[in-house]
Design a protein around this ligand. Structure first.
Ligand SMILES: CC(C)(COP(=O)(O)OP(=O)(O)OC[C@H]1O[C@@H](n2cnc3c(N)ncnc32)[C@H](O)[C@@H]1OP(=O)(O)O)[C@@H](O)C(=O)NCCC(=O)NCCS
Length: 148
């Protein structure tokens, strides 16, 4: 059965639901305070994905001095491979361009092949490896893209 997916701006009272997913998704989840801090910052762009009122995904980014940093994106297992991650990225990029950010970048664990594939499909390329980027000592690839 086709279930209705909606994407909307994230609000402060979404944090409980988003944080519950964050701890499921990532070996080193963001502390809750990161979401709280980001959501009050003007430079932040944050979306939430709902499926029949249940939160099934989210994304955050920030625009700074013409640079667009995608800081967090996740979609629940049951909803993956349906184009939601790609749609979230497209929405973020459209807002980046509206704010005159023409250079986008992000960090991704070097073994996160699913995410790397999605970013490559969207035109991101690996610029370099950042050693010990994550708190547990994992390395990251920094990937970037010129937006137009
Ligand atoms: C990365 C993530 C957000 C992708 O979300 P998604 O909604 O599944 O993405 P899409 O459906 O738009 O997939 C886009 C493309 O990415 C690639 N991809 C996505 N998941 C994949 C997987 N498990 N294995 C291989 N390729 C994958 C595919 O090329 C896919 O296109 P296709 O389905 O037409 O083949 C999702 O896998 C996720 O939440 N992972 C856990 C959290 C995470 O790692 N976030 C990224 C942190 S940097």
């Amino acid at each position: 059965m086709l279930r209705e997916i909606t994407i909307r701006q994230m609000h402060f009272d979404d944090i409980d639901n988003v944080y519950a997913l964050e701890v499921r998704f990532f070996p080193n989840p963001w502390p809750r305070s990161f979401f709280e801090h980001d959501l009050v910052a003007k430079k932040t762009i944050a979306f939430i994905v709902e499926c029949e009122k249940e939160v099934v995904g989210y994304s955050l980014a920030s625009c700074n001095d013409g640079k667009f940093h995608i800081t967090n994106i996740a979609v629940t297992k049951e909803c993956q491979r349906k184009g939601i991650g790609t749609e979230l990225m497209h929405r973020l990029e459209r807002i980046a361009l509206d704010r005159d950010c023409t250079y986008a970048y992000l960090e991704v664990r070097t073994d996160n092949t699913a995410a790397i594939k999605m970013y490559e499909n969207l035109g991101y390329a690996i610029s370099h490896r950042q050693r010990l980027y994550y708190i547990n000592g994992d390395d990251a690839y920094v990937m970037n893209k010129e937006l137009r």
